[in-house]
Every structure is written in C-alpha cells, then in structure tokens.
Design a protein around this ligand. Sequence first.
Ligand SMILES: C[S@@+](CC[C@H](N)C(=O)[O-])C[C@H]1O[C@@H](n2cnc3c(N)ncnc32)[C@H](O)[C@@H]1O
Length: 423
Amino acid sequence: MRRSAVPEAVESNAVRIPFAPPPRDPRADELLGEIPAALFDEHFYLSCELVDRYALDLAYDLAHRLELAPRLLSGAWTKAELARACGFDSKFLPALGWLLERLAADGSLERSATEPAAYRAPAPLRRGEVAELRALGFEHEPELARTLDLLDAAAEAWPAVARGGTTGEQELFGAGRIGLWTAYFHNRNAVYAISNRLTAIAAANRLPATGARVLEVGAGAGSATAALLCELDARGRLGDLARYDVTEPSPFFRRRAERELRSRFAAAPLHFAALDLDRPLAEQGFAPGYDLVVGVNVLHVARSLPRALGELAGALAPGGWLVAGECLRLFPGQPVAADLVFQIFEGFLAVETAPGLRPTHGFLEPRHWRASLTAAGFVDVEVVPDLERIRDYYPRFSAGVLVGRVAGGDSPAHDESAGRRDD
Ligand SMILES: C[S@@+](CC[C@H](N)C(=O)[O-])C[C@H]1O[C@@H](n2cnc3c(N)ncnc32)[C@H](O)[C@@H]1O
C-alpha cells in the first residue's frame, strides 16, 4: 500500500500553518452501501483534504488581492456594501459571497445573524500558503496538479471578473486554456474521477441484463463514459449494451470524446451527438426508450431543472433509471473547493431557482436533489452513497450519485452486489 508523504511534511513544518486534517473516520465506510469501501483509502482522503485546504488558502490570498482584508478588519460589511466600496461588478456578488462564507466557515470572519449577513475580521486575515501546499501535494500525489492548476487559473481570473466586462468562461476557456479542462476532467485526476467511479458503479448496478440502451448527457471529453465502459468491461458486461448514445453540446469536447472512446472501446455500440438539456429532446432527435440515462456533473447547469428532469424522465423506457453524478454540498451553504472555479461562471449562475427544489444556483444538497427527482416523477429516489448519514462522519464528502427510476417495467430491483470488489 502506498504511504502518504503528508504526515512527514507536517512534522518537518514545511507548511507554516500546519496541514493537519482530522483523521479519517472509518465509520463512514459502514454507510457506503453499494459503493466499495476500497475506493476511499487514506491516500485518497488526504488528497481530498489537501485540495480543500488549497482552495481555502487561495481564498485567503484572494481576500488580500481584492483588498477585502483591510476593509473586513475595519468593521462589518455585507457583501453588497463591500462590492460597492471595492467597485466590483454586480455579477461578481455570488463569488464574493462564497469567498466570505468560506473564510467565515474557517473561523476567521465573524458573520452576523442578520439578513443580509455582515462579515468582519476580528484579527488580520492570514496569507495563503499556496506554494507550500502545492509542494506537499506534489509529494503526496503528483496527479493532484490537475486540480491545483485549474484552481490556480480560476483564482487568477477572479480579479478581472470582479472588475467586470469578462466572465469565468471567457477567462478560462480562452486560447491555451483548454488543456486545463481536459486534464481536470480526467480519470487520472482521482479527486474529480471519484464522481465518475461512483456513477459508473451505480449505473452498472442498474443496467438491464441484456440489450441495454444508454443515453449519456454532458459527456464532455468522455471521462465518465470511459469510467462506465471500464466498469462494464471489468464485469464482462460490455456485450449487454445494445446502444450507447454519448452526447455533448460542445463540438470540441465531443470530438475528443469520440476519438478517444472509439479507439479504446472499439467493440462498444457508441454513437456521438449533440444534446442540449435546455431544449426538448424530441426536437433534437432523441426518441424515448432508454433503459439508463447517465450524466456526471451536468444536471446542475440545466437552466430549468424541472424541465430537464422531465425531459430525461420522458426519454426513459418504463422502469428505466436516471443515474447522475453530482458534486454536492452536505450542509446548507457549505462551500466546496470546486466553487472557487465555478462561482465566476455565468452558466453556473444563470439558472432558474425554486424554493425547496433548487434554492440556489450551483451545487445542491442531497435533499434538494431527492425533492427535484421526486417532483419530476421519479420513484425509488436515492443518493448513492447515503451522504445524509455519511456527513456525520465526513462532512466534506462532496461527490454522490442521484438515482431514480420511472415507474413501470418489470425489474425495479438493481444489482447491488455486482459492483462490489472488496467483498
Ligand atoms: C462538468 S462537465 C462534465 C464532464 C463530463 N461528464 C466528463 O465525464 O468529463 C459539464 C459538461 O456539460 C456540458 N453542458 C453544459 N451545458 C449543457 C446543456 N445545457 N446540456 C447538455 N450539456 C451541457 C458542458 O459542455 C460540459 O461538457
């Protein structure tokens, strides 16, 4: 088993503010259900904790670069007051709110109980220890660079987005930047790929025994598709696929996915097409009859979640399953590391909200997904694994899979044992 470099680095005091995450609580393993506990070893846990700490330290640095730190030390400010005083664009407010919440959650800002909340720093805000954490991360797991590079690029873009006239998309999808994304949405990037692995296991457990028709939405450059095809291959089940429609609206990502997946999985019945979740599927040429609809980290960008879920329910055959991997917040307003990237994206913010179902843009809580899937007519709705219990033992377990099936069909059960490799 690989040993982590992290404890030694802490002992040698490589990081001035020690990186000392709480020990992993093995009680979370008991609650993983159909997900093999072997996926969550100490090495992976430390990788996740390191990324979380890295995003936190970038947030501290941003508080200084955006000149929020001296203001917050001088008194209590709402985010709107701070934005006005600093001359920030109004579209930057959600990102600013996230930054303030992140520092408050870390205990360095006091947050009033009033609405809107006001924030103040009782003591000078510390500087981030980004270079030290990166060195520690590299020693622990070189592939972490895939995530740290994207976080760095996003943090660099924040001041320009704050000033206005540009968006996260413009800053981070420009010339020379696309490699950041293909590196990040990659199965060698373990802290991202866990979403693909969980989804692949949950999807394979729900794939019909034979003649399965699968539709994937938001496939990007194909990392989740590859994870599902690998999982089916490992179970000797690639032959159970009758048709796999891999869809992605961006021609660039779709072409990349097609190139790579066709060469890796030549025998799989793959078809590639554009599909926009914000438009009716029928008018895009997708007829109902799928046994499985899958997608990883795409549903939260649907402009209208009820409409998109309704479309996906309509695409399924009776008894068919929706299996959607998502980054999740386990507590109301809980900041997650990926927010540092996506809070500056217009597409992340420009969604229709609805109380109880989708109270805010971006990543949602398990209960909101359960409510949304149920409202869209899905039954047997669950979040895999059971994050609403796991959060008591690991509050930063931010990857999960939403599953639900449409009524009807003759095999509502799914095979939970098939995916387990640690038995
Ligand atoms: C976070 S990425 C998903 C990564 C991908 N699942 C993978 O396996 O690497 C989100 C994807 O959703 C796509 N997307 C954005 N808006 C969409 C929409 N309205 N309908 C369908 N896909 C959309 C994006 O182009 C992007 O590829």
